[in-house]
Design a protein around this ligand. Sequence first.
Ligand SMILES: *Cc1c(COP(=O)(O)O)cnc(C)c1O
Length: 352
Amino acid sequence: MSDRTALRPETIAVSAGRPPRTPDAPTSTPVTFASAFVAGGEIEYARYGNPSWTALEDALGALEGGTCLSFASGMAAVSAVLSLVPHGGAVVVPRHAYQGTLALLDTEAGSGRFEVRRVDIVDPDAVEAAIPGAALVWLESPTNPALEIADIARLAAAARAAGVLSVVDSTFASPLLQRPLELGADLVVHSATKLIAGHSDVVLGAVVAGDDALADRIRQHRSLHGAIPGPMEAFLTLRGLRTLSVRLERAQSNARELARRLADAPGVVEVRDPGFGTVLGIVLADAAAADRVVDRVQLWIPATSLGGVESTLERRRRWATEAPTIPEGLIRLSVGIEHIEDLADDLLGALR
Ligand SMILES: *Cc1c(COP(=O)(O)O)cnc(C)c1O
């Protein structure tokens, strides 16, 4: 195979993680259902490794420029990274990070495991001021569901200068739109459940580490805590990754066009569009107005989660765990790959 580093990301997403090119080898790495492997090799037991994971991890690692470890879910990946924080250590985290991440941090903080420093991620001076003495700077960009953008290069550099680890939850960007390790972060987290798998039929997470020592610690955490992905899930996630670039192309063009049309749609107070990616937010006057839109759409599916080929929407504050600073009338739109006119007709019709 030619030098992978010379290939473009769209090509890596298609070509990495395939079996060696020998006559009659399958072109895709098959699903390996096994709990035990013949002794004397590198795997030995299925909690330590599986060829279906390796294929996916090779591809995601090549895309992000590090060593990838796959997990049972995005939250298992989050939890593995948090295991790097020593007891009582401080974690700097965006106030609008994924609600599961915040809930996990709060739960652990309640038992004295962590100190949590919540920051406004769009105020880099405030984030930098919170870094000294911390053990980990948690970045998420764009944030879910506020769609704020962090200055990853600046904040990762500030963390490094202070001797503090940094991680980016890059779920909303996917490995094709943002490469945090190249921007100076130590680790990347993905909920592959979303854009990478892309069809709303898999739960899987990934950590990508920028150096071998961190990768070894994350691998050891996975082996001991056991939050491993199923082989079928790893296979489906890699299959999803193969089409990520074309799905992104369509979904992003749909998202930008919808953002334009929603700007002067009836009842829309604010459109949140990070300018890339496939998730938008619209803010309506209040919860009731937003709930009416969610009830009225026929094509858009009212559902949580995001990043699938099908367009979904939800009013985020229907969840008690969502941050109180998220507007009651915010609807998160996960834009899929349907025809733009059908998506626009349905959504603008529901707003009228
Ligand atoms: C969904 C999500 C997670 C959690 O991933 P799961 O696969 O649901 O466990 C973490 N971070 C972000 C930004 C997410 O959107």
